[in-house]
Design a protein around this ligand. Structure first.
Ligand code: UD1
Length: 341
């Protein structure tokens, strides 16, 4: 069985990807410092796949920990690197935390890969590298715009670090995946998004509001130049996204592509914040109390993917229907909401 290291494997996208990797017959080793996830995620993974992944609690920024991991788990062929901090606001307040967590971890992995014979790394990047696009849908050839937050900057710098390392002749390959907005949960409701504290992202805030944990959702601005005035995003089902990682890993390990490839992962359809609320209400029959608030600083007005390259080259396509995705998100929220709060 091909062995894959998933850093950040107990996190939101990581856990869904672990399940898909196991389903495809890969053996998974997870390293996670549990800074934004819970050890019980392993139970959820095991319930779905029937396999408990090997788990190391540790920090990818710690080189000795990582070296020990590779020594004690010989034969790791590929890495999927999810371990990173991702709160845009927090990154503005604590830039060093973001540069350290997101960049040192990548440097450590790239350093050790050749030494331990790891062939390739799939890297979690973001559509945030495009900034506010001049045109939508946006494809991979669009210019990279100056980052508007340290978080966004770590994604741009990480892409450059990987590119420079491969062009310098390192004996590794990489696929960089630029995610649009991942949403939803596993249909089993065994795993999903589990934000600590007050959620910053739209869907966890929305589902917590629907569950009565939050009083109301604030829609950040309805005066954008979009049909209904709210921002537009490309909301992609997390299970579709997870599947793309498995396909990317297989392609990389089978040497089907170039040494370095970049793909957008999105549906190709833009949906506004208000349309997403409508979809949730339609799919679940639950009303979401919301008000229109001020614009959130730094928000992009509209962005959605041209996923043609991923569709054609990877043979991958986002398949989920947004209403089903919203139903999954709601079932997961109901599952984790404490009874009789
Ligand atoms: C941003 C980044 C993304 C990053 C993610 C991590 C961009 C284009 N995207 O996503 O790369 O991975 O943060 O957190 O920079 N909204 C509300 N009310 C809320 C919360 C959100 O109206 O309570 C709106 C936002 O204004 C936005 C949309 O919902 O228009 C999506 O917001 P969010 O879920 O935070 O994701 P992005 O900001 O798109």
């Amino acid at each position: 069985m091909t062995k894959i290291l998933v850093t950040g494997g107990t996190g939101y996208i990581g856990s869904h990807t672990v399940v898909e990797l196991q389903k495809a017959g890969y053996e998974v080793v997870i390293i996670d410092n549990l800074s934004n996830s819970n050890i019980h995620v392993l139970d959820g993974i095991e319930k779905i796949s029937g396999i408990r992944p090997e788990f190391i609690e540790g920090d990818v920024t710690d080189l000795p920990t990582l070296r020990k991991l590779f020594s004690s788990h010989p034969g790791i062929k590929g890495i999927i690197n999810f371990a990173a901090s991702k709160a845009v606001n927090e990154s503005v307040e604590k830039p060093l935390k973001y540069y350290r967590n997101n960049l040192v971890s990548l440097l450590n992995l790239l350093d050790l890969m050749p030494e331990f014979g790891v062939e390739g790394i799939v890297f979690s990047s973001s559509c945030t590298v495009y900034g506010e696009p001049d045109n939508n849908p946006i494809d991979e050839s669009a210019p990279i715009k100056p980052a508007t937050s340290p978080y966004g900057n770590t994604k741009q710098i990480s892409e450059e670090i990987i590119t420079d390392t491969i062009y310098a002749g390192a004996p590794i390959k990489s696929i960089i995946l630029r995610y649009f907005n991942p949403v939803g949960a596993h249909p089993s409701a065994e795993i999903g998004e589990l934000p600590l504290g007050v959620p910053q992202n739209l869907i966890p805030y929305l589902t917590q509001t629907a569950a009565g944990i939050r009083k109301e959702l604030t829609v950040f601005g309805d005066d954008y130049s979009t049909p209904d005035g709210s921002c537009i995003r490309d909301f992609i089902d997390v299970n579709d996204l997870a599947r793309a990682h498995v396909i990317a890993m297989k392609r990389m390990l089978e040497n089907k592509g170039e040494k370095l490839e970049i793909f957008n992962l999105g549906t190709g359809t833009g949906l506004s914040v208000l349309q997403l609320i409508e979809s949730f209400e339609r799919a679940t029959g639950v009303k979401v109390p919301y008000k229109i608030g001020k614009r959130r600083e730094g928000d992009i007005e509209k962005i959605w993917a041209d996923p043609k390259k991923a569709n054609e080259v990877l043979g991958w396509k986002a398949e989920a229907d947004i209403d089903d995705t919203m139903r999954n998100a709601w079932r997961w929220q109901q599952r984790v909401t404490p009874k009789n709060p």
